[in-house]
Design a protein around this ligand. Sequence first.
Ligand SMILES: Cc1cc2nc3c(=O)[nH]c(=O)nc-3n(C[C@H](O)[C@H](O)[C@H](O)COP(=O)(O)O)c2cc1C
Length: 335
Amino acid sequence: MLEVKPLRIGNVEVSPPLVLAPMAGVTNALFRKLFKPFGFGLTVSEFVSADALVRTNRHSLEMIEVYAEERPTAVQLHGSDPTVMAQAAAFIEECGADIVDINFGCPAPKITKGGDGAAILKDPVLAVAICAAVRKAVKRAPVTVKMRLGWDATNYTYLDIARRAAAVGIDAFTLHGRYGKQFYKGEADWSHIRQLKAELSVPVIGNGDIADPLDAMRRLQETGVDAVMVGRAALGNPWLVRDIAAALRGQRPPPAPTPRERADFALLHYDAMIERYGDRSGTLQMRKHLGWYVKGIHGASTLRERMNAAIDPAEVRALIAQAAAADVEQPDRQT
Ligand SMILES: Cc1cc2nc3c(=O)[nH]c(=O)nc-3n(C[C@H](O)[C@H](O)[C@H](O)COP(=O)(O)O)c2cc1C
């Protein structure tokens, strides 16, 4: 049987080697604090614009907030100017990030048209210049890179960039097995993740399409990666994280949550959002999460529609209570 070891990135221990993927609009400090206890060994912030940070944009300052309960936490930056990236990286280290993570993977046009995110994979020289500048500016914290295979299917640059970035002191890499122009289509190609792991002496975290404990164990075993990162499958389903963490310890998954347990957790999440962001903003931000929480229960689409129309917290809470009384459609959660 595979023996799963904690991952060490510089001075940070990641135990278990299970990482919450950065997700813009989702993985803010509140979400990370709520999901961490289910078994993540490391959480990663949503990406933050280095440009906005050095202009001390108020919203960006909120985005780099890290709560004690979720540590260790990596704060992720996007940007394409090495000097600005270095300044922003030094700042987030000072503000308490345990790890500084650099985004070379976002495929969203609003990011890539400015030359950031996955667009940087077109230019390995620039990518390495950013890594070198950030590494130099950050004093103690490990610096990591999260990347895709390349910008398009004709030019995979991940190996070239990672080798050279490791040489300038990058402490670990996360590879999502898709290329930039692919967005989220098709399947993540883990053969490249295996190759990166074989080539590098620094840790590699594998990412893409992990949907259950078997996937996680199989990927660890087949590719030899040091950790796996889970994103979309955890949305509305922190119990998946608990089940993967159990598998990493060599244990069977605990019983699936009942509709009541799921609804109780959704309510806890909602109340925390209201407390943090106020009634209106908390309710609006919670809509997508509620949509994920009700996935797979009878009548999910009607419930989701009503949740999306409700603005009064009492009404939202009543709808969550209604979800607790619904039956679960088994075995898949596709509704
Ligand atoms: C809503 C959403 C937002 C994302 N935002 C980020 C981000 O800010 N930074 C980043 O590196 N990746 C981001 N990603 C990509 C994820 O971190 C991850 O690489 C991708 O979803 C594949 O993993 P998965 O199949 O486990 O979801 C985002 C993905 C989603 C679905």
